[in-house]
Design a protein around this ligand. Structure first.
Ligand code: 3HC
Ligand code: NAI
Length: 694
């Protein structure tokens, strides 16, 4: 008998308990135990019905993802579930926590399902690049109809117990003690002589003939590049069109295809990487942390407002400071408008809008910040302004308060030096829009204490972000790599490519938009100001002037002025190539004696991507990022790098580091450019035939 699943008798009901922390994943031992305990229960004459329940925090939350890609070990989950569905005693699933994926599939193999009010159920396999491969795509449509099943399987989002009850996935919702509720329900079924109820024997509700083609069309844009959502649709279609056993076979084939697909491998990598980033080498889990019960933001501009919203959303009171009354009022009005818009879309109630607004307290006085636990500065990207702010913060903040900066490029160590407590200073680099983007690059300065670093990492999760801890350098990890790519994109245009061509190549790789559409969205003036700051601070290493500087100086700042690298029509974000910009580019080439040439899409791809890979390798070498997975998580959650490619460095492994190294070396020889100097780490891995992850 497996130890992770046990059988016991509670009066006249047999209880099968799964105890495999942390989430009762359906690993080999659990599957074997489930079968053995079912058989034991069926043989137990005293058991009139059986209840399956998860011990600890949850009903099984899915197949054991760590087993994917390893040689399969029986019994297979579909067979386990089939055995449950063949039981001649009533089997009741008792659900708490999150019954996800294979977990919900086990529950669907039972005759009835009872859930705690707080439970959630779902089939999130699509998020791992998979589909429910243990009958979920065949049983759920039989229970709830094809359209509702598609929504759950293709969307992958779990639903609350009371919603699951409404559509018939759950038969009874209970409060209080789950086991007690489930036993009472089981006894009632037995007393009522309730029939066995096998989902495989139900008919699928026939729906709209065009359901599947229409569904495919409806997701085509959002799911561009993903394979699994489309396979999910095919599997549900099989449930409608084929007898149960054939549908199961079809599901299995589609699942097997996805399991070995590069997309799913990448998505599973991201699942674990997202959890791994929180475990920072050298910062053990038991590192002391500070209590953050209140916060303050300096600057109510684009970033400050969004950052404040994260705290209010998490129920943490937050003050927001500006120097001038009108700027403060403007900032607060934008926050309110954002919340009102979310309420209009039905995502929060008007009451929640007011609750959150009440947590945000505007102020014009630094003296109001004397009691807060954390301050995040989000004022202009200018060292003198930062100096003034941190000098004030050092004066007013209580000892032990964390002083954070949201700077995107300035030196956090220098900012820390403006205070007498550099150990309390840290970077918290949010991404725009700060209330939406999940990434939070936490920047550890030379003197930042372990306690402060551990606290901001912990806080990231509390405010719904994925925090990644990085070191200090210009642009940190994300923007440092981004700036190299943006400069290369400009260089490609200098040589003969046009902006729309460059954008299309990166869009086709899976980015939400190309480099130029991105700078138009962020504002062309952002990069311009950074370049100008560099030209002032470090003229020897500053980028030479190019046609994008001319654009900004002519007032083409991007979407906000309806003209940047591209033109924009009023109220429309679609970039339209601009003849004015073409003329500026031509003039730039002429003035610099550049003979324009045809540039292939492949060259654009290699130069824009390999330069980032090379920079990523330098970042690892310098210890700015601790692991390749830190870099990958930053690119996925900060810049929309396609999840199905696993991150820039994971993608690089799929190309092959030797291929990349050879090309980087070749370009370096041709250009002599320092940026293209191959990273020692890239060279080493390529020569050893390794990847970043192997
Ligand atoms: N297999 C293996 N390990 C898993 C796992 C799974 N299905 N789900 C979670 N874990 C691990 C995590 O890696 C983490 O490990 P760590 O502590 O070593 O980092 C630990 O369990 C706790 O996970 P979280 O930190 O994510 O804890 P939360 O409480 O925030 O979330 C959860 C819990 C909602 C269950 C979340 O972990 C989750 O969404 N898990 C994935 C669920 C899923 O995708 N299930 C489908 C699997 S595929 C499948 O079932 C195929 C089938 O159709 C054949
Ligand atoms: P912004 O110009 O929209 O807002 C800055 C705000 O700070 C303004 O409202 C201004 O009135 C206020 N301010 C200026 N000096 C102040 C002072 N001494 N005290 C109090 N308030 C003051 O700028 P944005 O875009 O919000 O940027 C702020 C910081 O965030 C910068 O360091 C920037 O590099 C960084 N950042 C910006 C991102 C973006 O996409 N905009 C992304 C990530 C970081």
């Amino acid at each position: 008998m497996s130890e992770v699943v046990s059988y016991r008798l509670e009066g006249d009901i047999g209880v099968i308990g799964v105890d495999y922390p942390p989430v009762n994943a359906l690993g080999q031992g659990v599957r074997e135990g489930l079968v053995n305990c079912l058989r034991q229960g069926l043989e137990d004459d005293q058991a009139k019905a059986l209840v399956v329940i998860g011990e600890g925090r949850t009903f099984p939350a899915g197949a054991d993802i760590r087993e994917f890609g390893k040689p399969p070990a029986g019994p297979a989950l579909p067979d386990v579930i089939s055995e449950y569905e063949s039981s001649d005693k009533l089997v009741i699933a008792a659900i708490h926590g999150t019954a996800l994926g294979g977990g919900l599939e086990v529950a669907l193999g039972c005759d009835y399902r009872v859930a705690l009010e707080s439970a959630k159920v779902g089939l999130p396999e699509v998020k791992l690049g998979l589909l429910p491969g243990a009958g979920g795509t065949q049983r759920l449509p039989r229970l709830v109809g094809a359209k509702a099943a598609l929504d759950m399987i293709v969307g992958g989002n779990p639903v609350k117990a009371k919603d699951a009850f409404k559509v018939g996935i759950v038969d009874e919702v209970v409060g209080g003690d789950l086991l007690e509720g489930a036993l009472a329900y089981a006894r009632k079924l037995v007393a009522d002589n309730a029939p066995l109820r096998k989902i495989r024997d139900l008919d699928v509700k026939k729906e709209d003939a065009d359901l599947f083609t229409n569904y495919e069309k409806s997701i085509a844009r959002k799911q561009r590049g993903f394979k699994a959502p489309f396979h999910c649709i095919k599997a549900v279609q099989a449930a409608v069109e084929l007898p149960f056993d054939e549908g199961m076979k079809r599901e299995r084939e589609l699942f097997a295809e996805l399991l070995v697909s590069p997309e799913s491998r990448a998505q599973r990598h991201v699942f674990f990487a997202e959890r791994e980033v929180a475990k920072v080498p050298g910062l053990p889990k038991d590192t002391a942390k500070r209590d953050v019960k209140s916060a303050a933001i300096i600057g109510a501009g684009t970033m400050g407002g969004g950052i404040a919203m994260n705290f209010a959303n998490a129920g943490i009171p937050v003050k927001i400071l500006e120097v001038k009354e009108d700027a403060l009022e403007r900032g607060i009005a934008v926050i309110r408008k954002n919340y009102e818009n979310t309420a209009k879309k039905g995502r929060i109630t008007q009451e929640q809008v007011e609750q959150r607004m009440a947590l945000i307290q505007p102020t014009l006085s630094y003296d109001d910040l004397s009691d807060v636990d954390l301050v995040i500065e989000a004022v202009f990207e200018n060292m003198d302004v930062k100096k003034a702010v941190f000098t004030e913060l050092d004066r007013v903040c209580k000892p032990g308060a964390i002083l954070a900066t949201n700077t995107s490029t300035l030196d956090v160590n220098r900012i820390a030096s403006f205070t007498k407590r550099p150990e309390d200073v840290v970077g918290m680099h949010f991404f725009s829009p700060a209330n939406v983007m999940k990434l939070l690059e936490n920047v550890r300065g030379e003197k930042t204490s372990d306690e402060v670093a551990a606290t901001v990492m912990d806080l990231s999760r509390r405010i719904g972000k994925v925090g990644v801890l990085v070191g200090v350098c210009h642009g940190f990890v994300g923007n440092r790599m981004l700036h190299k790519r943006q400069a290369e994109a400009v260089q490609l245009v200098n040589e003969g490519a046009n902006p729309a061509q460059v954008d299309k190549v990166l869009f086709d790789l899976g980015f939400p938009m190309g480099p130029f559409a991105m700078s138009d969205l962020a504002g062309m003036d952002v990069g311009y100001r950074i370049r100008e700051e560099l030209r002032k601070e470090d003229p020897d290493n500053a980028p030479p002037r190019n046609w994008t500087d001319d654009l900004v100086e002519q007032g083409r700042l991007g979407q906000k002025t309806q003209a940047g690298v591209f033109d924009y029509k009023e109220g429309d974000r679609t970039p339209v190539p601009s003849s004015e910009v073409d003329a500026l580019i031509a003039k730039f080439r002429e003035e610099n004696g550049i003979q324009s040439r045809d540039i292939s899409d492949q060259e654009i791809l290699e130069r824009c991507m390999y330069i980032m890979v090379n920079e990523g390798a330098k970042i690892l070498e310098e210890g700015i990022a601790a692991r390749p997975l830190d870099v990958d998580v930053i690119w996925i959650y900060g810049y929309g790098f396609p999840v199905y490619r696993g991150g820039v460095l994971f993608w690089a492994d799929s190309v092959g580091l030797k291929t990349i190294y050879d090309k980087v070396s070749q370009i370096h020889q041709e250009t002599g450019s320092d940026t293209w100097k191959p990273a020692a780490l890239l060279e080493k891995l390529a020569k050893e035939g390794k990847g970043f992850y192997s």
